[in-house]
Design a binder for this molecule. Structure first.
Ligand code: ADP
Length: 399
């Protein structure tokens, strides 16, 4: 049996999946939340059984011990499952990591070196790596970087017009994010359409609470909307996305906002939440449909930015073969998809109203039969992509 354990260790949570790679089936999964708070929540699923507990989870080491205990108590036992590889999600790989990488002491240090570029993410990611390597000392651990898929971006697409010396000194450039998802979705779309991945031009719209767009040309990312950090680009659940940086000077000078205040304002208190009072697209669309002017405005700002990027990426790709939607909003919101692609028939994009309105049931086409650009909904699966890349990097085959 070839089993991969996928670990996604975030700032206050630890997610894991145990996947049998012979048929890419999830054997067990879990989520440990609110690490560092007095009451943490633990969910473990194995087959049809789901267990929920509460506990104080002091740190990532302890969260990892809980995960191991879950496997022992609720199955499958690690002795039976015997994972061959552990795959780790790492957010920031900088210009150092271009693909999945077997982790050793030196690689751990490189990941640590990159913490200043992703302070909220790489630290907790690394804590997960260290805890996992302590427990699974005898099997390979592989780092799969969110940024790796975007290392194909040209300099023109990834340099900011910032003073050259400052940018170089502080490693400021566009690194992008969601790369594992953009790769999985664009590749899955090609398979679904039975077209060679190397030939397909795809705009991927990963729209969840965090949101990013990506132009994929023959399997290579050539444009993406997130920047040095996941704050740039689309309007998101709680993040502004693009904004005139002079707004920050203004708020500092006139409102006395500190760097921490601004960080919080732009990352946590803005986006759809800041515009409408909720970051849940379900609520915003329901309120807009009922005539709530604030919700309608929020939705329009959200969609306006999305259309801006779709247009830009159609130009970058010189026309697309596919537009693929994923993420909680992309996979489910009939209204956002409808508004975002309205009036694009002249570009060859024809959404089929009925197909678009069908409830989410896996990968499917939602464009008309005559649409030149095929519009798809492709549920993303970052854990599976991490497992595939980890297995490949470790040189193990599923069998
Ligand atoms: P994350 O970026 O945290 O991974 P997800 O991809 O899970 O987020 O997306 C979560 C968001 O998806 C929710 O905040 C909500 O706005 C949206 N969403 C979930 N289900 C629906 C639905 N049925 N219709 C519209 N939006 C939905």
């Amino acid at each position: 049996m070839t089993v991969v354990l996928v670990v996604n260790s975030g700032s206050s949570s630890l997610k894991y999946q145990l996947i049998d790679m012979r048929d890419e089936r999830v054997l067990a999964s879990g989520l440990i939340e609110r690490i560092g708070e007095p009451t943490g929540a633990v969910v473990h699923k194995y087959g049809d059984d789901k267990t929920e507990q509460e506990a104080e989870i002091t740190d990532h080491d302890y969260a990892f011990d809980i995960m191991m205990q879950n496997f022992e108590d609720f199955g499958p036992s690690m002795a039976d499952a015997a994972p061959a590889v552990v795959g780790h999600r790492i957010v920031q790989g900088g210009r150092r990591f271009f693909g999945p990488t077997i982790i050793d002491q030196a690689i751990e240090q490189d990941i640590e070196e990159l913490i200043p570029l992703a302070p909220l993410h790489n630290g907790p990611n690394l804590a997960g790596v260290r805890a996992a390597r302590r427990v699974f000392a005898d099997i390979p651990h592989v780092a799969v970087f969110d940024t790796a898929f975007h290392t194909t971006l040209s300099d023109a697409a990834s340099y900011y017009a910032l003073n050259r010396e400052v940018a170089a000194k502080y490693r400021v450039r566009k690194y992008g994010a969601h790369g594992t998802s953009h790769k999985y979705v664009s590749e899955t779309a090609a398979k679904f359409l039975d077209r060679p991945y190397e030939e397909l031009r795809t705009v991927v719209l990963h729209i969840g609470n965090g949101a990013s767009a990506c132009a994929v040309d023959g399997g290579k990312s050539i444009e993406t909307s997130m920047g040095m950090t996941p704050l740039e680009g689309l309007v998101m659940g709680t993040r502004t996305g693009d904004i005139d940086p002079a707004v920050l000077f203004h708020l500092h000078r006139k409102g006395g906002y500190t760097v921490e205040d601004l960080d919080k304002l732009l990352n946590k208190q803005s986006g759809l939440l800041g515009l409408t009072g909720t970051n849940d697209v379900r609520d915003v669309t329901a309120r807009a449909a009922a005539g709530d002017a604030l919700a309608e405005l929020g939705l329009e700002v959200y969609v306006h930015r999305l259309r801006h990027y779709i247009g830009a990426y159609l130009v970058a790709l010189q026309g697309a073969d596919v537009i693929a939607w994923c993420g909680g909003v992309g996979e489910n919101s009939v209204e956002v998809r409808k508004r975002a692609l309205a009036g694009m028939e002249w570009l060859g994009v024809e959404l089929d109203a009925q197909r678009n309105a069908e409830p989410n049931h896996g990968i499917r086409e939602i464009s008309t039969d005559s649409s030149r650009v095929r519009v798809l909904v492709v549920p993303t699966d970052e854990e599976l992509e991490i497992a595939r890349q980890s297995l490949q990097a470790a040189g193990t085959t599923a069998g």
